[in-house]
Design a protein around this ligand. Sequence first.
Ligand SMILES: [Fe+2]
Ligand SMILES: [Fe+2]
Length: 144
Amino acid sequence: MAENDVIKQLNSLIQLDIDAVHAYDQGLSQIEEPQLKERITQFQQDHRRHITDLSQEVRKLGGTPEEYSQDFKGYLIEGFTALRSITGTDGALNAMEQNEVLTNKKYSDAVNWDVPSSTKAIIEKNAGDEEMHLQYIRQALKSR
Ligand SMILES: [Fe+2]
Ligand SMILES: [Fe+2]
């Protein structure tokens, strides 16, 4: 893949993780159970780390990373489920599950990209986190 395309693709993953951080903010506001809240907060941290690591990779390749802004102006990725109008833990978990399905789909694509090995390593690590997020949320929904 040409360097410019790698930058473009990495920025699309950054957009995805930016959306995830915002969605998690909204989801967390609906979740009361301390144990669940703690775990979901850790997942949000994973997404923040994904943004940081991918951004560093974009800079290394000479590109400009997609910028994270604290205030939410709407989702960057089509298909991302808004959690603003959702109430309660179940509603939040269901919406988060949908978002993690989307995230996992994009990342499972991304692990097959023809990119430098250092970039691939980051994508694979992130993809592993995303898989774990989805499994946990599904398990949490099942045990309710
Ligand atoms: Fe992520
Ligand atoms: Fe995730």
